[in-house]
Design a protein around this ligand. Structure first.
Ligand SMILES: [Zn+2]
Length: 323
């Protein structure tokens, strides 16, 4: 992948060098970056909203126009639409930034630890193994969200699965990369992780082994952040249904069809293991971060149950364009 990028860059450089060797234009080819936004520009409303709510408060760049240089060249990606970017911007403020700020009591926490760049991509990131990459966090600075063009604000479960669980997941990575999680977490599911082939496990089989889902069963750090992210976004019913899966035994037949077994032969008490991991995560967030996981969850649950997308979008759509 790196080789391909180097080759592409070399080809581009060679192209520029050959076309510019006669005389160089002293004028920069890059547009001057102005601090003030142009009210006549098509994206003025969204840009104003992002500047006021993300950039000026948290120093966050909300990058909704796809830049090939900052997206993953392993995937075939398309940009998200302007309209979907508006929907995500207002929901991200309401369901994510405002939540952490309310629970921690000030903007400071996200100013210090929050991501600096949010990248929106229209399409999903399809992997050769058949799995789909929904989000990527890089070095604690940048979080990329995929599949924005499938956004449906009326379907909270999908919103969480595609975007907000991903954001809590990626942010939890940022936190544990800053202050590592307790060593006792490492021992709980040691031997059950499957870095290669986790996709072959069904969600139910993974839950029965004490994971929140199959991706959490890929490796320890994914397990840790999936516990937190799932606990925050899942409703009581969804969490109970996950725990009910975890209490049973499951097996896929050769055709990949899943069957519930009479007993639970894996020898793991799924719900007890999930509870044990949740307790460690809850204590870690309290002790290391002064964050009450249950307050965070309650705030998210209340907000997602009462979300009015039209009034959220109106924060952008009512911004005067000077026309
Ligand atoms: Zn992860």
């Amino acid at each position: 992948m790196k080789n391909i990028r180097y080759i592409l860059i070399l080809v581009l450089v060679a192209g520029i060098a050959s076309s510019c060797k006669e005389k160089l234009d002293p004028q920069s080819i890059f547009p001057e970056v102005s601090e003030s936004l142009d009210p006549a520009s098509y994206s003025f409303q969204l840009d104003s909203f992002c500047k006021k709510n993300f950039q000026e408060i948290y120093n966050v760049e909300f990058r909704y126009q796809m830049q090939d240089i900052s997206s993953n060249m392993n995937f075939n990606l398309v940009p998200c639409t302007y309209d979907d970017a508006i929907t995500m911007a207002v929901m991200a403020k309401y369901l994510w930034w405002d939540v952490y700020t309310k629970v921690t009591g000030s903007h400071e926490f996200l100013q210090k630890y929050g991501p600096r760049i949010i990248c929106l991509i229209g399409s999903a990131g399809h992997n050769a193994t058949g799995s789909v990459t929904l989000g990527v966090a890089q070095g604690g600075l940048k979080v990329t969200l995929h599949a924005l063009n499938y956004i449906d604000p009326s379907n909270v479960a999908t919103l969480n699965e595609y975007y907000f669980k991903t954001m809590h997941h990626e942010f939890s990575h940022i936190l544990h990369q800053t202050k590592t999680y307790p060593a006792e977490f490492r021992t709980i599911s040691a031997g059950w992780y499957k870095p290669n082939g986790w996709e072959e496990r069904s969600e139910q089989e993974a839950r029965s082994l004490g994971f929140t889902g199959n991706y959490g069963s890929s490796q320890e750090r994914e397990d840790f952040v999936e516990i937190i992210a799932n606990y925050i976004v899942k409703t009581d019913d969804e969490w109970a249904s996950m725990m009910s899966d975890a209490a049973k035994g499951w097996k896929q037949d050769d055709n990949g069809t899943l069957h519930q077994l009479e007993d639970d032969p894996d020898g793991v008490d799924g719900p007890a293991v999930i509870e044990q991991k949740l307790t460690i995560a809850r204590t870690w967030l309290h002790d290391e971060w002064n964050i009450e996981l249950d307050s965070l969850r309650k705030e998210v649950q209340t907000r997602q149950a009462n979300m009015n997308i039209d009034s959220l979008r109106n924060q952008v759509l009512t911004i005067g364009t000077g026309e």
